[in-house]
Ligand binder design. Structure first.
Ligand code: FE2
Length: 475
């Protein structure tokens, strides 16, 4: 009986091929009004105690996952820059010293923003850490990833355009339940730039406290969106990304980048490249040169999974932000195909959309090849700008649905990508639905390097997991 079910499943799976079905889900749900959570809500609670650390967040601190950057803010005085840490909750035998900075934004004065790098950690190990001093100290923990290697399993979450509404809170709470170990964040964090004057800085602070219940315990890999630019000449603030760059450090030097807005890390079996939609990227610019070199450094024998994060999607069939990614597509799409990128995650559009493997590299100003075509070497493009910020949903899709668009729906949610081994990963988009997490769009992703050249049979472990999925296709 079980064997029969397996065989029937295979018939279904193999019947759904790239490009054969396109879905525009009619489901549109906005659970809560698109308004920010009030300042006095417990989601923004300030920790008790004099000068207690707040807005705690961590990110990867090196190229290969043996270091962590820990950041936090104190408001009364600079206080200690020390982090105590160790592998036993009761014995924090090691310590590291960091530094602090502060800045002004209009007349707002930031707290004392601490950053501390902890290096030479063991792989696959739970570490406990303590920041602050005396009665105001606070304890957290994180887990390092497995050693970089081709079959190291790992579960990533993907969140974008989060903001700080009750929809954002629903997304964050559902993400925390997912069991994913690291967030790939595709830009637009706080939406503080929807405010004016001193409220901008204040809403960056509330956002830091809002996400702390996840960011203090696992790394978030940051990429910058348009709401990080904070270009506000009417109040004299004209240096882009000032709030973001002061608050959210990235390990850009470890990947030979010259700018924190674009960089790469290796984590378990994945090589993750972060690029900046709002920094120069045309030929000969620093970002263009760096990306060209970084793609050459990718070793698919060590990190089979090549993932790119950016804010503005290159393929988007929503009326919101339609064609905004076209200039970057023209600059980089052929590289992503040549290097067989597995998947590109983006945000910006406040809805969910997934593409088939299509490319438009044959198009140029004289070829006349106007339409994207199926291309087995192309990445899958996934837009997850559905975190739930105050701007609301982008619910109008272009019609008819383009050939490249596999699934699209205007609801809030998050995604997970669970890498099983060098050949297979299981992907889910999880919609926030009446307070429940609902797996809505799911598929098994075959690795572009190992899957296409050396496709292997689905292993038994993976088949068992397939039965958890509501609807599943293989790509
Ligand atoms: Fe955006």
């Amino acid at each position: 009986m079980l064997l029969h079910f397996f065989l029937a499943s295979f018939v279904f799976l193999s019947s759904v091929k790239d490009g054969s079905a396109r879905i525009t889900s009619s489901f549109v749900r906005s659970e809560y009004p698109s308004a920010d959570i009030p300042l006095d809500h417990e989601a923004f609670a300030v920790p008790k105690g004099y000068n207690a650390p707040q807005q705690v967040h961590i990110s990867q601190g090196d190229y290969d996952g043996k270091a962590v950057i820990i950041s936090w803010v104190t408001t009364d005085e600079p206080g200690s820059c020390k982090v105590q840490y160790g592998t036993s909750e009761n014995k924090l035998q090691d310590s590291a010293d960091g530094s602090f900075t502060n800045y002004t934004f209009y007349q707002y004065k930031s707290g004392f923003i601490h950053q501390c790098l902890i290096e030479d950690l063991e792989y696959d190990t739970k570490y406990y850490y303590r920041i602050g001093s005396g009665d105001s100290s606070r304890d957290f923990w994180f887990k390092t990833p497995p050693k970089v290697g081709p079959d190291a399993p790992y579960k990533f979450g993907i969140i974008g355009d989060l903001g700080q509404t009750f929809n954002s809170l629903s997304t964050l709470d559902h993400y925390i339940e997912s069991g994913a170990e690291t967030v790939l964040f595709v830009g637009d964090l706080s939406y503080a730039d929807r405010y004016q004057y001193n409220d901008v800085g204040q809403r960056w602070d509330t956002w830091g406290r809002f996400v702390e219940k996840s960011t203090a315990y696992q790394p978030w890999i940051w990429s910058a969106g348009n709401h990080e630019i904070d270009y506000m000449p009417y109040m004299g603030e004209v240096v882009p990304f000032r709030n973001f760059l002061n608050r959210f450090p990235t390990p850009y030097l470890a990947s030979k980048s010259s700018n924190p807005l674009w960089y790469a890390i290796r984590r378990a079996s994945a090589h993750i490249i972060v690029i900046s939609s709002y920094s120069p990227f045309v030929k000969y610019t620093p970002q263009w040169t760096w990306l060209k070199d970084e793609l050459k450094r990718v070793d698919r024998e060590k990190t089979p999974w090549l993932i790119v994060l950016m804010h503005v999607p290159l393929y988007n069939s929503n009326e919101a932000h339609y064609m905004e990614g076209e200039s970057m597509r023209a600059a980089f799409e052929s590289w992503f195909i040549d290097h067989k990128v597995d998947v590109i995650f983006a945000g910006h559009v406040h809805a969910y959309e997934r593409s088939y493997r299509y490319s438009n590299v044959d198009y140029n100003i004289t070829s006349g090849h106007r339409y994207p075509v199926p291309d087995k070497s192309a990445p899958i493009y996934i837009t997850v700008g559905d975190g739930g910020n105050q701007e609301g949903l982008a619910s109008r899709f272009t019609e008819p649905q383009p050939q490249y668009s596999a699934f699209r729906e205007a609801s809030y949610g998050h995604s997970t990508l669970e890498i099983m081994n060098r050949t297979h990963a299981v992907y889910h988009w999880n919609r926030n639905d009446d307070g429940k997490k609902v797996k809505t769009d799911s598929f098994v992703l075959h690795n572009q390097y190992w899957g296409s050249h050396r496709r292997r049979k689905l292993n038994k472990h993976l088949l068992v997991r397939l039965f958890d999925a509501d609807t599943i296709t293989t790509i």
